[in-house]
Write a protein that binds this ligand. Structure first.
Ligand code: ADP
Ligand code: MG
Length: 792
């Protein structure tokens, strides 16, 4: 970035180019308006024919967009504005269109969705919540219906019993509206399928991500994980938790607030050895203990009640960091959830083994073309380019923004800040101006709600505990006299329209009660006001005691706070006006979003190993399932197994050989031949291969043609068993890697080294298991003549 790349001039020329295309589209307006509904709808098959004859999708853009515009005018009564068409072109080009709240991104997306679906490979719109996916599909569906395109929604309500057929129907629609998590889980689940009949997806083609910064950046910090069978419950959570409580910060462990990391110091390790009466705390035999100590540390230092999670009905429930809602059925993986449960003294739930996982980054990178739209993207452009190869193009607003964003009011302490912000709310409320008051945490939103009650100001509270009504409540926030208290991004994606009489009062007032973790989040909140040329203003109240300042504000700020806190009169709050405070705040926020970016980078780096392995395994699995696999060369696999066995031991006795035969080749083995020389490994090897060949020939004779199916099923089972183990192992390794910081080694490097070793071991294990399944399984036919396999 820096001075070399000047986004303004770049965007200027870019917009000029876009406008040229727009004029071509706009020129077709009357021609399209003259068509009958039927003629308009026939355009779709006409475009498809042209594609079949060799024209490119790009060359259809102008006409296709003109068609969608006209269709929208007819069925929705909305004719896409110039700025929407400009955004739509950016989306087709696989970039990120920055369009402010209320500019009509939902409608904008219909143009590139239609255009890209013409190729018959499907186009997806991915958004943050099920509510938005359903709403947008419903509202925009009419356009696609008129144009003869099918629309599917990838989210179902919890009462629906979703079948494979239903999912297949969704994923084979022309246009698919879904959420990032539904898509991710569907992808992971599909790759657990063992038969073609359980598959439902098509390969990814084109996707637009709505609220792209929330999806691609904010939620992309933690990978998606599918968990399977429970792990054996351990009592180490309790032990580790007690141990951590006995340690002192800065002595026993070191906590880097800035980077959100925590680890034991040398002193802490010494104490651990004493406490657990163990030598060499980090030795391999202590792996489980180390993992639990590290988990307990994380639970205590990195997770705070009311911020990352709440306790409801005696259960730890996670909060969605982007909108503050409780995440249903989601747990932090790798045992962190259990460590938090232990810390809070609620019932520790069984820890599930991870079966499949993927980061959002790598999920979305599977789309050959990925586009995004959001009101706030420019400040993260460098990361969008680096991670997703997506540039951010700022689209001007349809009408000029007249909202006023006032400079922050900075106070020394939180009580002063709260007092001052409440005074402003009272004043505005008195004249009836609607207010959206946004807090950074659930706790704060509740505090404000209580204070407003004490003041006798009626209001709605939107936070994690009230997910259902959120959209309706936020939509009401622009009415005369409305006061709405909301967490961070609650209700994002729902438009706030001004009620009658509000414009005269100055529109919607957005009051922020602290700076959020990134300037994107701040801008998002301010942007709730002043949409489509509406009046309005935004004002943030901050203090030197705010989390972001404490975590990232630097030393002089905390020194200043310590020195001045006794002089504070909270009944008479006085803002700090010196420039250096404003600068400190800006820096703190930059540091905070920098730390988040770094952590996403780490997630991606760690996932690199998993990705390579996952790509390999999924490719193999798919080939096996669709029958294009090379199949199994069982004698080759067996030779490998035998060689491995012969090399595995210094000395071999008769018992070892018998054991091996019973474990891998046949249960039907009694007489150990006399002519085998136990000191001659070649002769043992030859004997084993002879046994294997005999056993396999016997099965093949019995199975006839079916032996190929049998091979495929056995191989798939071997892959799945080994892969699930590997996923779970890598997941745990990831947690341990964090704890290895102490040793001054590069944790990512160590992780990849170990991941590679386990990958090799897994591949070997797959071959060995396949041999075992093929030789030891019992096969038979039932009365209907179907093959029955009883795996060993
Ligand atoms: P965004 O996602 O950009 O915040 P939405 O897609 O939610 O905005 O649209 C905001 C509002 O603008 C909706 O009520 C929608 O019906 C309206 N709208 C969108 N496009 C147009 C248009 N071309 N003409 C009139 N109203 C429009
Ligand atoms: Mg939207």
């Amino acid at each position: 970035m820096g001075f070399l790349k000047s986004p303004f001039s770049l965007d200027f020329y870019r917009l000029k180019k876009l406008k040229k295309i727009y004029r071509q589209i706009d020129a077709l307006k009357d021609e399209m308006a003259a068509l009958t509904d039927q003629e308009l709808s026939q355009k779709t098959s006409f475009f498809k024919q042209r594609l079949a004859k060799g024209e490119t999708v790009d060359s259809l853009l102008v006409e296709a967009y003109a068609v969608v515009r006209e269709a929208s005018r007819r069925v929705l009564g909305l004719f896409p504005y110039q700025v929407q068409v400009l955004g739509a072109i950016v989306l087709h080009q696989g970039n990120l269109a920055e369009m402010k709240t209320g500019e009509g991104k939902t409608l904008t997306a219909t143009m590139p969705l239609y255009l890209n679906a013409l190729s018959g490979k499907g186009a997806m719109l991915i958004t943050t919540s099920a509510y938005l996916a359903q709403r947008d599909a419903e509202e925009m569906g009419a356009i696609f219906n008129l144009l003869g395109m099918t629309v599917g929604v990838g989210v179902f309500d919890s009462k629906t019993d979703v079948t494979v057929e239903m999912k297949r129907k969704v994923y084979h629609s022309d246009i698919i509206y879904t959420t990032n998590s539904a898509l991710g889980f569907d992808y992971l689940f599909e790759n657990l399928a063992v038969h073609r009949s359980q598959k439902y997806m098509r390969s990814f083609h084109y996707a637009i991500i709505d609220e792209a910064d929330a999806v691609l950046l904010d939620t992309a910090q933690t990978p998606l994980v599918i968990s399977g069978s429970p792990r054996v419950q351990s009592n180490l959570y309790w032990v580790a938790d007690n141990f951590i409580l006995s340690l002192k910060q800065g002595e026993g462990y070191y906590y880097d607030r800035e980077r959100g990391e925590v680890w034991l110091t040398q002193k802490g390790m010494d104490e651990a050895e004493r406490y657990f009466r163990q030598q060499g705390f980090y030795s391999l035999s202590n792996q489980e203990l180390v993992r639990h100590v590290n988990l307990a540390l994380q639970a205590h230092k990195l997770f705070t009640l009311g911020k990352q999670y709440v306790i409801e009905d005696g259960e730890v429930k996670l909060l969605d960091q982007t909108d503050g809602r409780t995440l249903k059925g989601t747990k932090i993986q790798g045992g962190v959830h259990q460590a938090i449960e232990q810390k809070e003294g609620v019932k520790v739930t069984p820890e599930m083994r991870a079966m499949a996982s993927i980061t959002y980054q790598n999920l979305f990178l599977m789309f050959p073309t990925l586009a995004g739209m959001t009101g706030t993207g420019k400040s993260a452009e460098a990361e969008f380019i680096q991670t997703y190869n997506m540039e951010v193009v700022q689209i001007p607003t349809n009408k000029p923004v007249i909202r006023k964003d006032y400079p922050d009011l900075i106070y020394t302490s939180i009580p002063e800040k709260i007092r001052a912000s409440l005074d402003m709310v009272k004043k505005l409320h008195k004249k009836g101006q609607p207010i959206l008051l946004v807090t950074g945490s659930v706790k704060m939103s509740e505090l404000y709600s209580e204070l407003l009650l004490l003041e006798g100001i009626p209001h709605s509270l939107l936070n994690a505990y009230h997910a259902a009504k959120e959209a309706q409540m936020i939509a009401e926030a622009g009415q005369l006299g409305a006061v709405t208290v909301a967490t961070n991004m609650a209700g994002r994606g729902t438009d706030i329209k001004l009620g009658p009489g509000v414009e005269e009062l100055g529109g919607l007032a957005v009051i922020g009660t602290e700076r959020m973790k990134s300037d994107r989040a701040d801008l998002q909140m301010r942007g709730r006001s002043g949409r489509q040329g509406d009046p309005g203003f935004s004002q943030f109240f901050v203090s030197l005691e705010d989390d972001i300042v404490i975590e990232h504000g630097g030393k002089w700020v905390s020194d200043y706070f310590r020195k001045h806190r006794d002089l504070i009169d909270e009944n008479n709050p006085r803002p700090l006006t010196q420039k250096r405070f404003r600068r400190a705040l800006r820096r703190a926020q930059q540091a905070s979003s920098g730390a988040a970016q770094q952590s996403r980078g780490m997630t991606l780096q760690f996932d690199e190993s998993v990705k390579v392995q996952r790509d390999y395994i999924y490719k193999e699995r798919n080939a096996i399932i669709d029958g294009s696999s090379q199949g199994v060369d069982i004698l080759q696999f067996a030779q490998d197994l035998v060689d491995w066995f012969l090399k595995s031991k210094k000395t071999l006795d008769q018992h070892d050989v018998e054991r091996f035969i019973l474990d891998y080749i046949t249960y039907d083995f009694q007489d150990f031949p006399d002519d085998i020389d136990l000191d001659n490994r070649d002769s043992i090897g030859q004997f084993m291969m002879k046994l294997i060949t005999k056993e396999w020939e016997r099965k093949k004779r019995f199975l006839k043609k079916d032996y190929l199916d049998f091979e495929r099923i056995a191989l798939l089972k071997a892959i799945d068993e080994s892969w699930v183990e590997e996923v779970d192992y890598l997941q745990q390794l990831r947690v341990i890697a964090g704890a290895r910081q102490t040793a001054q080694r590069n944790p990512v490097f160590e992780y990849h080294k170990e991941a590679y070793r386990s990958y090799q071991a897994m591949k070997r294990n797959i071959r060995h298991l396949t041999v075992q399944y093929l030789l030891l399984s019992q096969v038979s036919y039932n009365a209907e003549g179907e093959l029955q396999i009883y795996f060993a």
